[in-house]
Ligand binder design. Structure first.
Ligand SMILES: [Zn+2]
Length: 215
């Protein structure tokens, strides 16, 4: 039976690396996939991983229908044995429904990869719809680590190294500006205390630092 599978996790947990591995394993067996992505760090129409691998992909724009795209591809004599959707948290809920239709009406496996929650610990709408519709949700086992060494379960947004908890849900980071928006994965305890690695270093150097309160 074809499936809609949601591979979920924090940033830095290896989602895009696994997406590329699935793509590699299947093309090595002569299968052909369609790869969708949105706002990848490598630029439009790319699927990349932090380990440096990259492949071409179809950029999902606002209002685009991934189901119609696959139908059109097949009707032109193109081949598709499976579908990968990376950065699926950035897709609209309606586009997740259209991916489910690829599974049900076209009989193709769809592997979606995405961050579950945003920097405020709230579900991305696309990820929420995936949790609602997926046949299976897989929480990735390549675990990202907080600066304290604990399992990182939450995404923090930083501005100039300080954690922020307000702002638009989607802001792409820019490493070329000193006060630019950045992201860091933290354990829940340090996300609640807004203690990034930089804040922890500053606290450790401060002579009048108070003892850490029990959680
Ligand atoms: Zn921590």
């Amino acid at each position: 039976m074809p499936e809609l599978v949601f591979f979920s996790g924090t940033m830095d947990c290896g989602k895009s690396t696994l997406a590329l591995q699935i793509e590699h394993n299947r093309s090595a067996r002569g299968l052909q996939g369609i790869i969708f992505t949105r706002d990848d760090r490598a630029g439009e129409g790319k699927l990349s991983s932090r380990l440096g691998l990259v492949t071409d992909a179809v950029e999902v724009e606002d209002g685009m229908d991934p189901y119609a795209y696959v139908v059109d591809h097949l009707s032109r004599g193109g081949r598709a044995d499976y579908v990968i959707a990376d950065e699926a948290q950035f897709l609209a809920p309606q586009q997740i429904d259209q991916l489910a239709r690829v599974v049900d009406d076209l009989g193709l496996d769809v592997y979606a990869f995405g961050i579950t929650t945003d920097f405020r610990t709230k579900l991305f709408p696309g990820s929420q719809r995936l949790v609602e519709l997926a046949d299976r949700v897989e929480v990735l086992q390549v675990e990202a680590l907080c600066w304290c060494g604990a399992r990182a379960t939450h995404n923090a947004r930083t501005t100039g190294g300080q954690m922020v908890v307000e702002g638009a849900q989607v802001v792409v980071g820019d490493v070329n500006q000193a006060d630019a928006v950045g992201y860091e994965v933290l354990c829940r305890r340090h996300h609640r205390r807004r203690m990034t690695a930089a804040a922890a270093r500053a606290a450790a150097l401060s002579p009048d630092v108070l003892p850490v309160q029990p959680a």
